[in-house]
Design a protein around this ligand. Structure first.
Ligand SMILES: [Zn+2]
Length: 279
């Protein structure tokens, strides 16, 4: 049986940060990989670091840079087919851009879902990945990517196995320590008092370890994952990922976790292969 994996991501760079390892790993195993990227990422940082809410931020210029960065990441990860839906970035939760007529957030669910369903129809992936109903961390475009994908799955005439990306609680504890450390360092460098962001702290990002449905060892693909992240230079050049040494990155990033959201094969427990049951 020929195997196909499809992941539906919100922005250029999400494919690298949450599925860079499995995309490269599956490609190396001869699995066809299809990446759907919903938005152009207009409200990311500009290449010179200008923040999206700062004067002089050029959304269309940012989108053009990110399109080229995505093409490079896709090359590094060996993605078989990239489908860019081309919706406009909705910005962070509560931003006025949420309501732009062409923002992904205000797009008709059925219209966007029909486009994803057309890809699923054509490719017939056995395994589909997207985010949970919180969009993993609440970003409107990630929430919408979840909704659109789940609606698309209702439109097709077969049932793939579906995974949401996840971080086990036990790992999230360590990640939060690292983020706090990074924030503290930044505050110090900028000469301000460090104060934890209460909104960030209240965000429910982790998944109980017992609920993890797939834990994939991507150590064989971790160098490609790092290179794919680095390809998104305008977004993550100074991120905590790339501040890690290569060895540290390999240690910290060598597993990708998922929760099983649709389970037509009746798989049980934590599998170590996203195509468990299909090979
Ligand atoms: Zn994103």
């Amino acid at each position: 049986m020929s195997l196909t994996f499809c992941c539906v991501h919100a922005h250029p760079d999400d494919e690298a940060s949450s599925t860079g390892g499995v995309l490269r790993l599956l490609a190396d195993q001869g699995v066809r990989t299809v990446l759907v990227t919903c938005t152009n990422g207009e409200f990311g940082d500009a290449p010179d670091g200008t923040k999206p809410d700062a004067p002089g931020h050029d959304p269309d210029g940012v989108a053009a840079v990110r399109e080229a960065e995505l093409a490079e990441a896709v090359r590094v990860l060996g993605v078989s087919r990239l489908v860019r839906l081309g919706y406009r970035d909705s910005g962070m939760k509560g931003w006025p851009q949420n309501d732009d007529a062409d923002a992904f957030w205000s797009t008709s669910l059925d219209e966007a879902a029909a486009r994803v369903a057309a890809v699923l129809d054509e490719e017939r992936p056995q395994v589909v990945m997207t985010y949970n109903e919180n969009g993993f961390y609440g970003h409107p475009d990630h929430v919408q990517a979840h909704r659109v994908t789940m609606r698309a799955l209702e439109m097709v005439d077969y049932e793939p196995t579906v995974y949401f990306n996840a971080i086990p609680d036990s790992v999230m504890v360590r990640l939060r320590e690292r983020w706090a450390e990074e924030d503290r360092r930044r505050a110090e460098a900028e000469g301000r008092e460090y104060a934890p962001d209460p909104e960030e702290e209240a965000m429910d990002l982790g998944t109980p370890d017992a609920m993890i449905g797939a834990a994939i060892d991507v150590s064989a693909a971790v160098a490609a994952k790092r290179a794919a992240l680095a390809a998104h230079a305008s977004q993550i050049a100074d991120s905590f990922w790339l501040q890690m040494s290569e060895e540290e990155f390999a240690r910290a990033m060598s597993t990708e976790w998922f929760v099983r959201a649709r389970n037509p094969l009746g798989l049980a427990g934590t599998v170590t292969d996203l195509f468990a049951g299909y090979r």
